[in-house]
Design a protein around this ligand. Sequence first.
Ligand SMILES: C[S@@+](CC[C@H](N)C(=O)[O-])C[C@H]1O[C@@H](n2cnc3c(N)ncnc32)[C@H](O)[C@@H]1O
Length: 290
Amino acid sequence: MWTIRLLRDWSVPWLQQRGIENPRLDADLLLADALGVERLALFLDAERPVVGAELATFKRHLQRRARREPVAYILGRRGFWRQELVVTSDVLVPRPETELLVETVLAHFPPDQQTFPFEILEIGVGSGALLCALLLEYPVATGVGVDISAAALAVAEQNGRQLGCWERMTLLGGDLVAPLAVAPHSGRRFPVIVANPPYIATAELDRLEPEVAVWEPRQALDGGVDGLTVLRRIPAAVMPLLAAGGLLALEIGMTQGDAVAAVMEAAGLQDVCLHLDYSRRPRVVTGWRR
Ligand SMILES: C[S@@+](CC[C@H](N)C(=O)[O-])C[C@H]1O[C@@H](n2cnc3c(N)ncnc32)[C@H](O)[C@@H]1O
């Protein structure tokens, strides 16, 4: 008879032998999901028997994880900022690094000082993690999210609806700002524009762990030969859409700060600034339209 304790003890080495980096954490997340309980219950109820459908679900979860599918895709959800988001293999798994982009925008536009309605544009909205986080921090804001992937936009819609900010969201399919060039969206100006675009160099992508290289959508990650193909296009493309006094904030790879800052300055952005993560690596670049 399997119990929670026996399953935990058995599955950790099983996952470890299959190259999983955090076997204990992953086994616990998958087991808690199969049982429909919080992780804490695994400790409090260790001798509880696990049988039938619960056991079958846990086995299926383990088999998927052994094929290096990310836990977030197996569970169909992932925490980001203060929310839990739906995620599927059509979208990048939201990363903790991207929370620095949220923090940076909040630091420049403190939510308690934003009393007038304003619009946020996100290019490459993916799961909607970033746009939904910002809309929930700014109850007066509305947001436009663009993505080249229709499947990703469907996930962003699901998250907008689930998190209660869908009424304030518009999602548009297309390349960068192209959908904003046509009616009824042309002429809009945004005080805040954000993007976490694909920025990994193509050759580097194939060297990453299978969870990323095999499972995550390539067009969410692949930044071309030097990783900068999309990043290089964004500043000039968004300049006409940025309101006077508006902020552009971009997430970047840790070696890309100087190159992206130069592109932003060349596009006419001012007071361009690199923002460091907790390991003191530049991960966000900001610039203003003065
Ligand atoms: C790194 S993911 C970011 C997803 C989400 N914003 C986040 O932070 O988790 C980049 C997203 O940009 C989209 N994308 C890639 N190239 C694009 C382009 N040329 N125009 C619009 N979106 C693009 C991808 O489909 C993907 O959803």
